[in-house]
Ligand binder design. Structure first.
Ligand code: SF4
Ligand code: SF4
Length: 56
């Protein structure tokens, strides 16, 4: 299981700064989470202003 970022993402970058394992990077239209690396900690969801990161 991993978190995924929905289309609600406004590419603010806040979640990438909070991720303890650097699993989040900017994609073409929104930020994206590398599921292979994500620890499911929820820090990105807690930081996001638009609740875009969701538990898969
Ligand atoms: Fe990173 Fe945690 Fe979000 Fe996974 S749930 S992408 S480990 S901040
Ligand atoms: Fe997108 Fe939310 Fe991450 Fe900002 S904090 S880049 S809106 S997922």
């Amino acid at each position: 299981m991993a978190y995924q970022i929905s289309d609600a993402c406004i590419s603010c970058g806040a979640c990438a700064d909070e991720c303890p394992v650097n699993a989040i990077s900017a994609g073409d239209t929104k930020y994206e989470i590398n599921a292979e690396v994500c620890l499911d900690c929820g820090a990105c969801a807690a930081t996001c202003p638009v609740e875009a990161p969701q538990a898969e």
